[in-house]
Structures are given as C-alpha cells and as structure tokens.
Ligand binder design. Structure first.
Ligand SMILES: Nc1ncnc2c1ncn2[C@@H]1O[C@H](COP(=O)(O)OP(=O)(O)OP(=O)(O)O)[C@@H](O)[C@H]1O
Length: 319
C-alpha cells in the first residue's frame, strides 16, 4: 500500500497539556478511523494534518509534502469537513458548492458543481435553500463542497454525529464509494459500530497517545474475544481475577471481557455473589469494537459535562 499520509513523532501541547503525544502512523489509500474518548486528541490531530494547527514537534506529510513547510501543496491534495456545520443555510445547495468551486479556482465550475451534487444525490434539491434540508442532506452537501476541487485525501471529523440511522448509513455509503474510487479517507468517530463496518483500519487514541492500530477484525482477535454482561441490582461490589477484565458499566449492567466466556461465566457469577452482589441476569456475547475500545483506553471516564457547542451542532443537523 503506497503511503499517502506519513506522521512522524507528531506532538502538540497546549500550555502544560500534551493533547497529542508522539504520534507515528503511515496511512495508505484506505478509510482510516481515529477513535478515542472525548478530549483524547482526535481533532487536534486532524487540525495538524490539515495544516490548520502547527505541531509543537514532529512532522506530517501528505503525498510527501510537509504539512508544516508546504501547507499550500498539502491543501491541493486534501479536503476537510469539520464537526461544526460548514454550509450557509441562507443559500441554496448549488450556491454553497459554487462558492467553494470559485474559491478553489475549479476549471469549468458549472460542470463540476453539477457533478458533485449528482454524486451526493442532491440534484433534485440543489436549488432549494439549505435551511429546508434535513441534517443528512446538509452533511451530504458538506461532502459535495469538500469534493469539488477533486482532492484525493479527505478528512472528516465526526461525519455522522447527530444524524439519524438512515442518514448515517447514507453518509457511510458515500464515504466507502469514495474509498473505492481511490480516495484516502481519515475519519474520526465516536460510533464504534460504524468504524467496525466501514474502516479498513482504526487507531485508538487515549490521552494523546496511540494505543492500538490495526484492522477492526485483528483488534477484536487481539483482545479478549468474549464479553460477559451481568445485571446487578443495588450496590455493585467489585471483583478481581486474572482471567477477566472489567470493561465498564451501562446502567445496572456490568461487563467483563474474557478469553473463554463459557468457562468464565459460572466463575464470575460465583465471585460476584460471594462479594455480595444481587444478580438479575447474565449474558455472554462476542466482543465488539466498543469492547476493544474500552479495554484499550486507560481511564473509563464518565461522560464529560454538557458540551453546548456539540449539542447545538447536533440540533442544527437534526432539524
Ligand atoms: N486551543 C486549545 N487550547 C487549549 N486546549 C485545547 C485546545 N484545543 C484542544 N485542547 C485540549 O486538548 C485536548 C484534546 O482535544 P481534542 O479536541 O483534540 O480532543 P478530541 O479527541 O477531538 O475530543 P472530542 O471527541 O470531544 O471532539 C483536550 O483536553 C482539549 O481540551
């Protein structure tokens, strides 16, 4: 696989905080998903790769061009769709894409605007105001804008956040089609199931450090393959053992990753009961990428406080 993005010891500090810590990665023509908890350094990484933020140390190259010393060369190859809405709702879809085409000096802009609107299935609504679009259509319009100058590397920061299930599916169908046509896609997402289905490889970043990189299938094989989930009513009394790893809770349900779920299930059940837990139900399933993620990140923080910016973005997209 020819390398399209090369990242060498990339770091970024904000004061005392090391947001991205010595990142090393080679990415070819693939869909690469960067996964991590809130505040783990995903957006900071994307901003450095898209030349919008200077690294504190290290280097990154797109098609051999340095993001630091050759930003204009890099920008010829890339496009970036940020988390925040990047379309003007007072313009039509066509006018939004036209604006980008003119900004990039796209040759024969009329034809190219028509073409990208067609690729993103927006032709029928191209002349309607964007404020009448659904969240999924707005996201597709952002992709159309991003594609108008024919980049070959696309950066997407949380492309499906706030969208409903069918809009999310449609966005991923477009992303995988772009990949089939030879584009490199670097995507951040919180949705593990989406990364599992769509990404050729994923990297897990935690506290700015890359803690795992591989195909979703390989990551699932490397981690404990089984997960035991136990519904516990009342207080949880913790247990320890060398044949399982607690990987978190969801309400009353506590989960444990293990190499052999069938053997471990009765043992975990007995340990929990001996520790004083009241068990309401037990289930066994194969590990998902979500479980791998929880096993790889060092701290399973409670969700961060209310993030007004993200909340507003979601509302805007949802209509
Ligand atoms: N301009 C900035 N000034 C100071 N700190 C910053 C700045 N940008 C990011 N940070 C901090 O750097 C860390 C990494 O932030 P970043 O936005 O890259 O994380 P993220 O993984 O994209 O998070 P999220 O999933 O919530 O979008 C966080 O602790 C964040 O508060």
């Amino acid at each position: 696989m020819g390398q399209v993005i090369e990242i060498e010891g990339l770091s970024r500090n904000f004061g005392d905080l090391c947001a991205v810590d010595d990142l090393n990665l080679s990415i070819g023509t693939e869909i690469f998903g960067l996964l991590g908890p809130n505040g783990s350094g995903k957006t900071t990484t994307v901003l450095m790769l898209t030349t919008l933020l200077k690294p504190t140390s290290g280097a990154a190259f797109i098609h051999g061009h340095s993001c630091l010393s050759e930003p204009m060369k890099v920008r010829e190859h890339i496009s970036y769709v940020p988390q925040e809405m990047a379309v003007d709702i007072k313009l039509t879809g066509r006018e939004n894409v036209w604006f980008f085409a003119k900004m990039y000096g796209v040759p024969r802009p009329h034809d190219r605007v028509d073409e990208v609107l067609g690729i993103l299935n927006l032709t029928d609504r191209a002349d309607d105001l964007v404020k009448t679009y659904s969240g999924g259509m707005r996201r597709r319009l952002e992709l159309a804008q991003a594609l108008v100058h024919e980049p070959d590397v696309l950066f997407l920061d949380e492309p499906t956040i706030g969208l409903d299930v069918s809009a999310r599916r449609s966005i991923w169908e477009h992303i995988t089609r772009l990949r089939r046509d030879g584009m490199t896609v670097f995507v951040t997402t919180h949705y593990m199931d989406e990364a599992d289905h769509a990404c050729d490889r994923v990297g897990i970043i935690d506290h700015g450090r890359l803690v795992a990189v591989d195909t979703p299938t390989a990551l699932k094989h490397q981690s404990a393959p089984d997960v035991i989930s136990v519904r516990i009513s009342g207080a949880y009394h913790p247990i320890t053992g060398d044949y399982f790893t607690p990987i978190g809770r969801d309400g009353e349900v506590w989960s444990f990753a293990t190499a052999d779920g069938v053997a471990a299930l009765p043992q975990i059940r007995e340990l929990l009961e001996k520790a004083g837990n009241t068990i309401r139900g037990v289930s066994l399933r194969s590990a998902t990428l979500d479980d791998v993620f929880l096993q790889r990140i060092t701290t399973q923080k409670e969700p961060e406080g209310f993030d007004e910016r993200k909340f507003r973005t979601m509302l805007r997209r949802r209509r």
